[in-house]
Design a protein around this ligand. Sequence first.
Ligand SMILES: Cc1cc2nc3c(=O)[nH]c(=O)nc-3n(C[C@H](O)[C@H](O)[C@H](O)COP(=O)(O)OP(=O)(O)OC[C@H]3O[C@@H](n4cnc5c(N)ncnc54)[C@H](O)[C@@H]3O)c2cc1C
Length: 290
Amino acid sequence: MKFSTLYRSGKFGLSFELFPPKTAVGDMALIRHVKELMKFGPDIITCTYAAGGSTRGKTLDVATRVHATHHVSVASHLTCLASSVDQLREYLDEAAQRGIENIVALRGDPPQNESRFVPTKGGLCHANELVTLIRTEFPHFGIAVAGYPEKHREAPSMEVDLANLKRKVDAGADAILSQLFYDNEDFFRFRDRCGTLGIEVPIVPGLLPVTKFQQVQRITSLCGAKMPGDFLQALQAQQDHPQAQAEIGIEYAIQQTQNLIHAGVPGIHFYVLNMSQAATQVLQSVSRPG
Ligand SMILES: Cc1cc2nc3c(=O)[nH]c(=O)nc-3n(C[C@H](O)[C@H](O)[C@H](O)COP(=O)(O)OP(=O)(O)OC[C@H]3O[C@@H](n4cnc5c(N)ncnc54)[C@H](O)[C@@H]3O)c2cc1C
């Protein structure tokens, strides 16, 4: 299944995002959790990409293994960071050889101690250029790109960010996977504004159910997603009670997911952080369209 056909078929598209584990223990745990997640019949499982070193190959290894074990379609994320165009081509070649049908095409974040993205010599500056490269030279891939309901951190305004999102779609992206968010109104506004600009590809909300407050605080501070006041206060009141945090977070995610489904979203992309419990509880509690 490719991003190009999945949402357009009228089927509700369910996808899970994994990351390459750093240890053998993490690898074993991932196998267990993916088996649990497969009970919900995901359409596509994606695996994130970190530029450089062994993690680059690890993305392909995880995607290939999930595909071979569960016969589910997979997507490799790919970023422009630290790669020349030739290296990107090599990666795409290998992904195709391994039976990977989809690419989530991204620019990538600047490395931890750097404040801005610096393109590699002979590399690309923005994700729209990566989409163009894939569409032109590897047209068989389905392509998804990132969209930001609360604006990308570096963009000077929502207008500019949406114009840049449109470049990615015009370059040939099949679908938009959103950055995580906790206020559905942000997503609906974003979706409406995309529509006004003539962005017609499916826009899929990305959700990260809160199970560990501190962990999610760290993630949201990096990506700039805000938490609605009531939700934040409820979690803050349970700083020292992990079980209560997870209960509040899952209940919130259930309501958020159900509300998005009622609003007719084409699918949901869950940031599962290589775990299955939260997505399991959410998916067991909502009614998904067929
Ligand atoms: C669903 C999803 C999956 C992700 N997976 C990964 C992953 O696997 N690995 C990883 O490292 N990171 C990942 N990220 C994070 C992502 O790499 C960062 O958010 C990064 O800062 C921006 O990537 P992008 O593809 O949106 O970049 P771009 O679309 O290139 O946008 C980056 C910034 O540049 C601006 N811009 C875009 N195009 C142009 C242009 N042509 N001219 C001028 N300005 C422009 C945009 O407005 C924005 O401010 C993911 C994010 C999401 C939402």
